[in-house]
Design a protein around this ligand. Structure first.
Ligand code: GLN
Length: 453
């Protein structure tokens, strides 16, 4: 823990942490020492982790990357982090993220951009770590922690993992409790780990997951032995390759990596099968209706009264207006505008209801593939390697949204997805592959991902 506390301090230029909690880390580590000495070590005893600042931590400031939550100290602990502490893990601090997890590059955080530890060969231009879990991915990639918590609404675990050469899994919707995690889009949000290996992810997810009556969408299923699943191999499995993911303008390097991944799995004993997921092209536009709609509703609670920032005014409406104007950043305001628009009378049927129908069609595409005997689906994790800081931030927001083209389908269908590093591009930046599984079959994803890793 001391070595990691020192590493975090030395790597402040990455801006991965919004808050460092070294005293707490060292106090937790002392408890771990005593447990180990007494022969009572718990499953994650003494493992130093970073916590995405979207998870509420009791008595420790939780900002969600937003100015509106400045100084907010929850008097409760999120279910996921409580599970980690129960198992003996140690908290190094709270990790930076895009504001309210809205973004793909960590450039929307009110606490500044996170810098990836990676550089293009022969260049010192700063690279984004991806988002929204950019702090988590950068901290793991830079060896500042052994693992990190993250959340994924449309790709925020898998895309930053792919951009930083780390492993990240978004479990099936309902596997982890959302209780105490700041909500973005409640029907899509899931917590999961980012770590350096598939095995580390399996160990962390086993602790983070599990039933919780306080989140009615959290399933009452026992948590399987994920670590045991890692070494199962892929013999006899059928891996689907969806032709619709061969999108226009996909770099040749990504296509090559994808083919390579399929070849590795074939060599290891899997059967490769070409499949069709015909509604794929509608997933991204439908996601950018559903997610902002739910976000606009979830963010209504930040009124200047209950949490964090308060900008005084003469009356209550003025208080709301001034607080929200000062507290929310540009991207969050854009989402609220889109969300309230698509939910408004007169547009609700044309946008929101249609997007929900598309969501059903996307889910059925996957169900049909799995009904034909496909065990997992292999796709690229992202349409490109990481880009430079500032390269896409000022452009058309849709340019940024296109990053999520391979990941949002998985959230729309509620399925588990894992990103695993698979190689480097010609500029020396990491590229990742994604595996999509059957509902509540994270075990197969761990086995297949391990074969690629
Ligand atoms: N990049 C996507 C968005 O901005 C997904 C974010 C996420 O998964 N939290 O909505």
């Amino acid at each position: 823990t001391q070595a990691h506390v020192d590493a975090v301090e030395k790597a402040r230029a990455l801006n991965a942490f919004i808050l460092e909690t070294p005293e707490r880390a060292l106090a937790q580590a002392e408890v771990s020492d005593r447990k180990i000495a007494a022969g009572e070590a718990r499953p994650l005893e003494g493992l130093p982790l970073g916590i995405k600042d979207l998870f509420c931590t009791h008595g420790v400031t939780t900002t969600a990357g937003s100015k509106i939550l400045e100084g907010f100290e929850p008097h409760y602990e999120s279910a996921v982090t409580a599970n980690l502490w129960r198992d003996g893990a140690v908290m190094l601090g709270k990790l930076n993220l895009d504001e309210f997890a809205m973004g793909s590059s960590n450039e929307t955080s009110a606490y500044g951009t996170v810098v990836s530890p990676w550089r293009r060969t022969g260049s010192d231009a700063q690279i984004v770590p991806g988002g929204s879990s950019g702090g988590s991915a950068a901290a793991v990639a830079a060896h500042l922690c052994l693992g990190a918590t993250a959340t994924d609404t449309g790709g925020s675990i898998r895309q930053p993992a792919a951009f930083t050469g780390t492993v990240g899994i978004k479990p099936t919707y309902g596997r982890c409790s959302r209780w105490g995690t700041v909500a973005f889009a409640s029907s899509l949000d899931q917590a999961g780990p980012i770590a350096r290996t598939v095995r580390d992810c399996a160990v962390l997810l086993a602790s983070m997951a599990g039933p919780d009556a306080r989140d009615t969408t959290c399933v009452d299923l026992p948590v399987p032995d994920f670590e045991a699943a890692v070494s199962r191999g892929v013999k006899g499995l059928t891996i689907g390759i969806p032709k619709e993911y061969r999108v226009d303008g996909m770099p040749a390097e990504i296509q090559k990596l994808w083919d390579q991944g399929a070849a590795w799995l074939k060599e290891a004993g899997a059967t490769i099968k070409e499949i069709s997921l015909p509604h794929t092209q509608y997933a991204l536009p439908a996601y950018y209706i559903v997610a902002p709609a739910e976000a606009s509703s979830n963010l209504a609670r930040y009124d200047g009264v209950r949490y964090g920032l308060r900008v005084p005014a003469n009356d209550i409406v003025g208080l709301y207006e001034k607080t929200r104007a000062a507290g929310f950043g540009r991207e969050v305001k854009r989402r609220i505008m889109i969300g309230t628009y698509v939910l408004s009378a007169g547009y609700y049927d044309a946008y929101y209801v249609r997007a929900q129908k598309i969501r059903t069609l996307i889910k059925r595409d996957f169900e049909a593939a799995y009904a034909e005997g496909v065990d997992a689906i292999l796709t690229p994790a992202t349409p490109s390697a990481a880009f430079g800081i500032g390269e896409k931030a000022s452009a058309d927001p849709v340019e940024m949204y296109l990053n999520d083209v391979f990941t949002v389908t998985v959230n729309m269908a509620g399925l588990p997805g894992i990103a695993v590093p698979a190689g480097l591009d010609s500029q020396g930046l990491p590229l990742g592959l994604q595996l999509i599984g059957r509902p509540f079959d994270e075990e197969t994803l761990f086995a297949v991902a391990q074969t690629i890793e």
